[in-house]
Design a protein around this ligand. Structure first.
Ligand code: ZN
Length: 273
């Protein structure tokens, strides 16, 4: 097949797709005028809105290592090829992403092996913003979890428990890593005793943080990673917009990749409120 033929068929497809868009836009306008916009199935079941808990990923997004870990190489362009695409190259653990158990423990689930029901779960949001404002090394402690359960009841079955430290607002600046002169980072995370409490007293499937790591910045032993992922549970890091959610009642949707043997990966994280 010659290049001209490909170009023509691409052009024809684009034209017919434009017609399709025009058609659906007209249909949407007609529906809106009649006030008949049908909610999606999940929203129809009683959710009011969907929040995006995913940071916009770009080459400059701050990473745990401090090095660039996301690369976009343009391999096709409209001008040259008639269509547009990139090759992506990325570390598994950057941007808003999943830590699969296999990241820190052998013979546990890869990201592809996490059971699908564990990717759509109730979300408990533990708000430690007040102490994180005072101390960037603040941690979610057993007391923080008990304060949540005192108000909202037990951690829901198969839940994800998220730390809201306020750090999501720093994702566009150096403050996200908050490295000191010796390179040690200072940001909030889970205390090992909080992780142990959740392992003992709940069947939570995941923990999530709005910082670069489920262990707080200065951690040297990664105790939470070893304990939590070692128990075949998952972590989610660099979560955005947790401040838009209620402490209890939201449903988390984890769009983790299905890459064979992968220890995690960039994920689209949504919440139904
Ligand atoms: Zn991690």
């Amino acid at each position: 097949m010659c290049t001209a033929h490909i170009m023509n068929s691409v052009k024809n497809r684009m034209l017919s797709r434009r017609d399709l868009f025009r058609g659906s836009a007209a249909a949407a306008a007609a529906t809106a005028a009649g006030g008949l916009i049908a909610p999606s199935a999940a929203l129809a079941q009683g959710h009011e809105r969907v929040e995006d808990l995913t940071h916009l990923l770009h080459e400059g997004f701050p990473t745990f290592s401090g090095e660039q870990e996301f690369f976009m190489d343009e391999v096709r362009s409209f001008a040259e090829h008639g269509y547009h695409s990139f090759d992506l190259r990325m570390h598994e653990h950057m941007g808003t992403h999943m830590d699969a158990p296999l990241h820190f423990a052998e013979d546990t689930n890869s990201v592809a092996e996490i059971p699908v029901p564990d990717l759509v779960v109730p979300l408990a949001v533990i708000d430690i913003r007040a102490k994180a404002d005072e101390d960037p090394d603040a941690q979610v402690t057993p007391d923080d979890i008990r304060a949540w359960t005192a108000v909202h009841g037990p951690i829901p079955p198969r839940a994800c428990v998220a730390m809201l430290s306020g750090w999501g607002a720093h994702a566009t600046s150096e403050r996200f890593r908050n490295a000191d002169d010796s390179g040690v980072m200072h940001f909030p995370g889970f205390h090992i005793e909080a992780a142990e409490l959740l392992l003992e007293e709940s069947d939570a499937v995941g923990i999530a943080v709005d910082t670069l790591s489920i262990d707080h910045g200065p951690s040297e032993d990664f105790a939470v990673h070893f304990a939590w992922l070692g128990a075949n549970r998952y972590g989610i890091e660099c979560v955005a917009n947790l401040d838009r959610l209620p402490p209890a009642g939201a449903t988390l949707i984890v769009g983790a990749p299905r890459f064979a043997r992968a220890t995690g990966g960039q994920a689209r994280i949504l919440a139904l409120v």
